[in-house]
Design a protein around this ligand. Sequence first.
Ligand SMILES: Cc1cc2nc3c(=O)[nH]c(=O)nc-3n(C[C@H](O)[C@H](O)[C@H](O)COP(=O)(O)OP(=O)(O)OC[C@H]3O[C@@H](n4cnc5c(N)ncnc54)[C@H](O)[C@@H]3O)c2cc1C
Length: 472
Amino acid sequence: MTPTSIIVGAGAAGMMAALTAAGRGVPVLVLDAAGTVGGSLNISSGQLSAAGTVLQRRRGITDSPDAHYADVMRISRNTADPALVRLAVDNAARTLDWLTENGMEFLPEHPVEGFAHEPYTAARYYWGPDFGRSILRVLRQAFDAQVATGRITLSLNTTLTGLVLSGRRVTAVTARTPGGVRTYPATSVLLATGGYNANPELFRELSGHPAYGGNSYPHNTGGGLEAARRAGAALRGHENYLSSFGVVMDRPGLGAKMEFRHVHHPQDRAPWEIYVNTEGRRFVAEDEPSVDAREHALLEQPELRRYVVFDLRVLRESTPMITGRTNDGLRDLFDVHPMFTSARTLEGLAARTGLPVGALAATVTEYNTALGSGPDPFGRRHRPVPLVEGPFYAIRVQGASVTSTVGLAVGTDLRVRDTTGEPFANLSAAGELLGSGQLMGKSFCGGMMATPAMTFGLLYGRALAAEAGGRR
Ligand SMILES: Cc1cc2nc3c(=O)[nH]c(=O)nc-3n(C[C@H](O)[C@H](O)[C@H](O)COP(=O)(O)OP(=O)(O)OC[C@H]3O[C@@H](n4cnc5c(N)ncnc54)[C@H](O)[C@@H]3O)c2cc1C
């Protein structure tokens, strides 16, 4: 077999890299463990961010990569990697404009500021009506066109198992295929195998927390990261683990799937209920407007878990607290669904949820007393009613992650660095394999996973073509 440029992983980063290189005349071999392309875009929300785009100009929005960079570094409190963030935001408009030119459908009012994550200072947040699949449709069209020309050779159901090295040069990759283990000689390798959330052991090792959520792409078990680590690659971002403020899972235990969303953004619904941790204690002002502040508060709580506690009056009078359901419609779930519990008294609620009875009662009493007599101990402002009218209710909400924090160390040339800081000669990495901890630090910045994945793929494809002396 003739050595070739190999791209491992056909998700956002790998597809963009392959179609960009192939579009410039460079043949590539793309390997993917799954039976289809697209990776996480098949399930992702696909929310993108980019500054200085055609769409922004059309809507008269003034923005710049400098402002985007300043926002990411502010939101992440300078925990993101400055050089990689710079590379991502300086080139993000290329990605967005490419998607626009190639017919991506964005929601009509986009870009928006958005507050699912800490808001940006400009409207630079975009997504399509079909979320990640809106992006995938556009990538797929361009990708398939290059498969048809023969410049992309696609091998599905092909799982990378190792890298063959000569010094710091990769000479081949090994992969498991339906026909057995094969060796593919390589002139260069881009690893774009995504995160490791579908590998609970690796998740626990790298994040320091159990993998509570099972909502990630099932093929993303960290194969690329492990192969590179065995070859001597350095990892970065361990210190930046952060979980979401939580979702309602379909069941207790690890690997559970997200089933319901608690409406916790006070911008959507000012909370009537209180949040307690597994010790029955409050830990944050429930109406804290900064989602980043709420996420960091939850990160300090045992098992990254909170219980939303309220009484009958809240159920009856407040606006819906679970997305897609009326509060009245929740009655069917209590004491049927394992995450929804009710009891006539607070003591009964504690017994049924496993919360410490004394602590829960004291917490509710303290909240009610402060409401009648002075400021809330956590500085909460929206305190419409005391929690006094039984029955009482608890919804168990779990902090979880859909992306991976730790990733391969790379320079701005995307070359993988070994543990001494030296680059491998022809081994690069892009996408979630770099870890959220490098691109967003210890925070969530809107669109700073999917957009950099495609952007770095695009930059890699161009560099590969330039190296090959292909058509630019
Ligand atoms: C539910 C969810 C919601 C999200 N929402 C957003 C969002 O709104 N905005 C945002 O910016 N980001 C979001 N993300 C993250 C973002 O979608 C991903 O980080 C991004 O799509 C990753 O692209 P990638 O190319 O690096 O990896 P992926 O798209 O995951 O592709 C990796 C590919 O590698 C393959 N692979 C894995 N291991 C191997 C192996 N050993 N050998 C061969 N192939 C292998 C996989 O099959 C897969 O096709 C979300 C993620 C999820 C799961």
